[in-house]
Design a protein around this ligand. Structure first.
Ligand SMILES: *Cc1c(COP(=O)(O)O)cnc(C)c1O
Length: 402
């Protein structure tokens, strides 16, 4: 596809120093087998036709690019939005979930096992599993189950089995551990469906492949609409799947600046943000090496962000690599700035963004002020329906200040 895309990862699953497989030999063997099957199937005409048809007729692709006229007028740059919020289930996650579950089905698995934090990945996987007729086990921390009740109910309605995890901090990190553990016992019949471009090789590469549709579409659409390339492409980074998806469309266009936006949360202090590239150190989490938020003693720190999709202490290995070689740069946006952007887009354009996406938008607004007339493409990764109750309760109608 693209040159950087083709070059990485190496045989052991490393992007430069990051990635790899820090797992036992049995799992390594199984995951390498899955990678071989994936490499075969992505060349298969029937698989591609079936996936393309699902993305189109089921999820609603291609998602449009929308020129945010009112926002642009107010802040100076020309701001365009790639509308991933219009996908079925409300975010970009369905792109890789349909891909992963269809892959699982084609290689003869009867069940998918996944973890979820706030439930967004769980809902998207449960949706794809219902559609394609696979069983579905979702591991979720006990605290997250209490916090994200509507998503838990939705997963149950979709036929998924939601399994409560009560070890450690009872949130996403433990849910990943539990789902990997369960998978170890069931790998002959089950497929492990991870939620972002993270985890041991080959999962970052598989998820990246299925999300690259965002960038492929976006480049064509942007050229058609503006007869030019954007100056900036901006996307929020939790694990990094929506960002890598849109970046890949422009990665060989050296003049296009790629900006990933991490959550600054409450502050720069470890434990109060989720900015792994900004404040992390090299370390291993969930079977791969990345920049990782760590306490002074080297233990893994809790991540925090107002946007639950962003609060993961690690980040995808490809982002660590793109940061290292300077092809992408990474900035941070605080909770307060994200809330401002959340209201700003709602009021000016009638689009309520997900709090995750509001981080990308806040960064674009900041860039706008210094880049009058420049073209900024923002990946609007999801819609904000899931965040409305929380925002109204905790941040009722703030004054917008940038
Ligand atoms: C999960 C989620 C994210 C973060 O995941 P990435 O893998 O970093 O893309 C961002 N936006 C929305 C709307 C999400 O649901």
């Amino acid at each position: 596809m693209t040159t950087i895309f083709k070059k990485t990862p190496n045989k052991e699953g490393f992007f430069g120093r990051f990635g790899g497989q820090y797992i036992n030999e049995d799992l390594k063997k199984e995951f390498n087998k899955i990678y071989d099957q994936f490499l075969q199937i992505k060349k298969d005409k029937l698989f591609n036709e079936e996936l393309t048809d699902l993305l189109k007729s089921y999820s609603g692709r291609p998602t449009p690019i929308y020129f945010a006229k009112n926002l642009s007028q107010k802040y100076g740059a020309q701001i365009y939005l790639k509308r991933e919020d219009l996908n079925h289930t409300g975010a970009h996650k369905i792109n890789h979930c349909l891909g992963e579950v269809l892959l699982a089905k084609k290689i003869g698995k009867t069940k998918v096992i996944a973890e979820t934090g706030a439930g967004q990945h769980g809902v998207a996987i449960a949706t794809a599993a219902a559609l394609l007729g696979l069983q579905c086990d979702i591991y979720m921390g006990q605290i997250d189950i209490q916090k994200a009740k509507p998503n838990v109910e939705r997963m149950k309605i979709l036929g998924a089995n939601v399994i409560s995890v009560s070890s450690g901090s009872k949130t996403l990190k433990e849910a990943v551990d539990a789902s990997l553990n369960a998978y170890k016992d069931e790998y002959q019949t089950a497929f492990y469906a991870i939620g972002s471009v993270v985890g041991p090789h080959p999962f970052p590469t598989i998820v990246e492949y299925f999300q690259t549709i965002i960038g492929t579409e976006a480049r064509k659409q942007f050229m058609r609409i503006t007869k030019s390339l954007p100056d900036y492409v901006v996307a929020c980074v939790g694990g990094g799947s929506n960002a890598i998806g849109i970046f890949n469309g422009f990665i060989d266009d050296k003049k296009v600046k790629l900006i990933g936006v991490e959550a600054l949360g409450k502050s720069e202090k470890i434990g109060e943000n989720a900015a792994s590239i900004a404040y992390g150190k090299e370390g291993v989490l969930h079977g791969f090496k990345c920049l990782l938020l760590q306490n002074k003693d080297g233990s893994i720190s809790n991540a925090y962000s107002i946007a639950s999709g962003l609060d993961y202490p690690g980040v995808g290995p490809k982002h660590c690599y793109l940061n290292k070689i300077g092809r992408a740069s990474y900035q941070t946006i605080s909770d307060a700035q994200a809330i401002c952007a959340f209201y700003e887009l709602s009021r000016l354009e009638g689009i309520v963004p997900a709090l995750e996406s509001a981080h990308a938008l806040a960064c674009a607004i900041k860039l706008s002020k210094k880049n009058c007339g420049k073209k900024i493409l923002v990946n609007l990764s999801g819609r904000g329906d899931k965040d409305i109750d929380f925002v109204l309760k905790n941040f009722p109608m703030q004054k917008v200040r940038f």
